[in-house]
Design a protein around this ligand. Structure first.
Ligand SMILES: *Cc1c(COP(=O)(O)O)cnc(C)c1O
Length: 405
C-alpha cells in the first residue's frame, strides 16, 4: 500500500483531455509572453474572487513582493519600505511570507498564533500594536494574515485592527484558493490578495505561478508595471522592476484546471469530514478546528466563535496535532505502513537564521513554537477514494491503540 500526500499524476489523468487541449492551443499560437490565456485567466479569477483586478505573476512569493512594493509606492511614494516600517505577520507560515516582507525593505514583526486555528491571533496583534505605539523609532504599516491550511483568518478582527491603526492588509491566500470568509472569497477582503499556483496548491500549475488580486486601480497599475521591468513601456521604465510575468503556458494549464476547482475543494471537504468522523475521540489527537468555518464537527471542538457566520475552509491540508512528544513515532508508524505525512512547518520563522536581526517578535510566540513540534498533515488528495481515506484513518487509530497497550 502507498498513499501519498498528493497524487498529481492521478489528477492529470482525470483532466487529461482539457489540459492536453489547452497546451496544444499554445503550441499552435506560439504567443508565449502575455498570450491570450493570461487575460482570460485573470478575468475568470477576478470574477470568481469578486475583485476588480487580477494580475498573473511568476509565483506566490512574487505576488506578495509585488503587493508590498506597490503599497510602498502608493503609501510612501518610495520604491521600498524602510527597515523601520514594521509589517505584522505570523511566524507559523511558509518562509516566503516573511521573506517577501524583507524583500520589500520592511521588517517582519511576528506575533503569536491562535493555537486552535493556527492562524494569526488578533489579540496578540493588538497587544503588539499597543506596546509598539510607545516606540517612535518604528512604525507599523501593515499586516499579512495567512489563511493557513485553507482556513480563513479572523478577518473581522483584521479589518478592525487595520482600520484603527491605519494599516494595509495583504492576504496570503497561497493555501486557500476558493476559500471564503462570510461569503466573500479570500483574497478579496484585504487591500490585495496574493495567490500561489505552485503545483501542490489547491489550484496548481505545471510549474511556478501566482496572482495579485485587488480592487485598487492604482495598485493594479503599479503591479502590472513592476512585473515587467517597472514600466508601462518596457523600454522606458519608472520603477525598480522585475521580470515576474506569469507564463502563457501556465495560464493555459490553470484555465483547464480552474474548471475543476469547486469540485476539488468539495472533495477536500468530504475527505476532511471522513477523517474527522473516523478520528474523533482519540485521546492525545487533536483534529483541525472549524470553529470559524461552519463546517460540521464534534461539538466538543466548537467554541463560542462558532456562532459567527460560516466561512468556507478549503482544506489545503488536513492537519492534526499530536501531544506527548509522539509525533515522530506516529509519522514513522504511518510511513512503515505506506501512509505519507508531512510537517508544515518544522521551524517557526522567528527561529530561522534569515530573520536574525532582521525581524521583531512580540513576546515569545509560544503557540507557534508548540505547534511546530506537534502538527502533522495527513494525505489530502482530492481524488482519493473513500477506502483510501478510511485506510489512513484506520492506520492512525491503530497507532494510538497499539501505543496504549
Ligand atoms: C506556497 C506558499 C507561498 C509561496 O508561494 P510560491 O508560489 O511557492 O512562491 C507563500 N505563502 C504560503 C503560506 C505558501 O503556502
Amino acid at each position: 500500500m502507498n498513499i501519498p500526500m498528493l497524487d498529481l499524476k492521478r489528477e492529470y489523468e482525470y483532466m487529461k483531455a482539457d489540459i492536453d487541449g489547452a497546451i496544444r492551443d499554445c503550441l499552435d499560437h506560439q504567443r508565449w509572453i502575455f498570450g491570450p490565456e493570461i487575460k482570460e485567466l485573470e478575468t475568470k479569477i477576478a470574477e470568481y474572487t469578486g475583485v476588480k483586478h487580477c494580475i498573473g505573476c511568476s509565483s506566490g512569493t512574487e505576488s506578495l513582493v509585488l503587493s508590498l512594493r506597490a503599497l510602498a509606492i502608493k503609501i510612501k511614494g518610495e520604491e521600498y519600505f524602510d527597515r523601520s516600517d514594521l509589517i505584522i505577520t505570523t511566524p507559523f507560515t511558509f518562509t516566503a511570507t516573511g521573506d517577501a516582507i524583507l524583500r520589500s525593505g520592511a521588517t517582519p514583526a511576528f506575533v503569536d498564533i491562535d493555537p486552535v486555528t493556527y492562524n494569526i491571533d488578533p489579540s496578540a496583534a493588538r497587544a503588539f500594536l499597543t506596546t509598539q505605539q510607545r516606540d517612535d523609532s518604528t512604525k507599523i504599516v501593515g499586516i499579512i494574515p495567512v489563511h493557513l491550511y485553507g482556513q480563513s483568518c479572523d478577518m473581522k478582527e483584521m479589518l478592525e485592527i487595520a482600520a484603527q491603526h491605519n494599516l494595509f492588509i495583504v492576504e496570503d491566500v497561497a493555501q486557500a484558493f476558493g476559500g471564503t470568509w462570510k461569503g466573500k472569497r479570500l483574497g478579496s477582503v484585504g487591500d490585495t490578495g496574493a495567490f500561489s499556483f505552485f503545483p501542490s496548491k489547491n489550484l496548481g500549475g505545471f510549474g511556478d505561478g501566482g496572482m495579485v488580486a485587488t480592487k485598487d486601480d492604482g495598485i493594479a497599475d503599479t503591479v502590472r508595471m513592476l512585473l515587467k521591468h517597472g514600466g508601462r513601456d518596457k523600454y522606458n521604465v519608472d520603477h525598480v522592476g522585475y521580470n515576474a510575468r506569469l507564463d502563457t503556458l501556465q495560464a493555459a494549464v490553470l484555465l483547464a484546471k480552474f474548471k475543476y476547482i469547486d469540485e476539488f475543494n468539495d472533495r477536500r471537504r468530504q475527505i476532511a469530514e471522513i477523517y474527522t468522523r473516523e478520528l474523533s475521540g482519540i485521546e492525545g489527537l487533536i483534529l483541525p478546528c472549524s470553529a470559524h468555518t461552519g463546517w460540521s464537527l464534534p461539538t466538543q471542538q466548537l467554541n463560542d466563535s462558532s456562532t459567527q457566520l460560516p466561512t468556507g475552509h478549503v482544506f489545503h491540508q488536513y492537519t492534526v496535532r499530536v501531544g506527548n512528544g509522539v509525533r515522530g513515532e506516529l509519522q514513522s508508524y504511518l510511513k512503515e505502513r505506506g501512509v505519507s505525512t508531512m510537517v508544515y512547518y518544522p521551524f517557526p520563522l522567528h527561529k530561522m537564521k534569515v530573520f536574525d536581526n532582521r525581524s521583531r517578535s512580540f513576546g515569545e510566540p509560544a503557540g507557534a513554537e508548540k505547534a511546530v513540534d506537534e502538527v502533522l498533515s495527513l494525505p489530502m488528495e482530492p481524488l482519493m477514494s473513500e477506502g483510501e481515506v478510511q485506510t489512513v484513518a484506520d492506520t492512525v487509530r491503530g497507532f494510538f491503540e497499539s501505543s496504549r497497550q
